[in-house]
Design a binder for this molecule. Sequence first.
Ligand code: AMP
Length: 288
Amino acid sequence: MLRLAIPNKGRLHDEARSLLADAGLEVRAASDRALVASLGGEFEGIFVRAQDIPELVADGSADAGITGWDLVQEADRGLVSQLDLGFGRCRLVVAAREESGIRSLDDLTEGTRVATVFPHVTARFFAAREKSVTLVPVSGAVEAAPHLGIADVILDLTSSGSTLRVNGLREVATVLESTARLVVAGDDRAPTGDRRQALDELVAALRSVLAGRDQRYVMANVPRTRLDEVRRILPGISGPTVIDVLNGGEKVAVHAVCPAAGIYRTLNALKAIGAEGILVTRIERLLA
Ligand code: AMP
């Protein structure tokens, strides 16, 4: 059995579950509150808080885990990322009150008080810049700390920056960028043998699902005389596939994989050269 630690709630839970399901690992739990559930085959999920996952993977209670890179850095247990899962994107930033006059790290004086739920990341960040700061560990509501007078700046997570702004705070520096990762132990607790093979297969499956999510499969009937333009509009992975259409007259069918971002431009370009019957479908998996 390969034990995979998965966030049981919070921001990372839904996306982790749906990514696993898309890769064929559907949670088969007796109840929503189950702590352990089969994921099919040789995989078993253990459902815990995202912040506990680095510890469980580091001490060998789980063979691998899905959690935020920020939490992995905070735990500082030498875990290794096997795959960037793309979701849970956020940044750890230093922020100060708008009216504080602090605009960059240079404005921080000796002993500046930093409120955070990331004491280890904070200590490492300032030590690397040879700044001596005073840590103010808090367990939540970090944004309130400067207003309460218990800290001068905060080091906290943000994605759009709007929560910081609403709380009258200004970003001063980015400490790290984070996304959810699939992680394993960096020492001899990392899976070996059959479990390593199962993990490699899982990584390949997840990678193919992620690759497919950014792409679409485009099909269209185009005039045979415009195939040179089709090659330019739909380069595909190794050129578009061209298929004869029975009774298609001057038209042939072309099929190609195409980036989802900005696909409307591709479709407009196809229409402009006389394409008909354009179909766009999602791709479940893409193994390049
Ligand atoms: P949870 O506390 O279980 O909701 O999970 C928090 C984790 O979600 C963080 O450690 C990050 O990895 C990730 N995350 C993504 N966006 C944000 C955000 N805007 N604020 C806080 N955490 C975020």
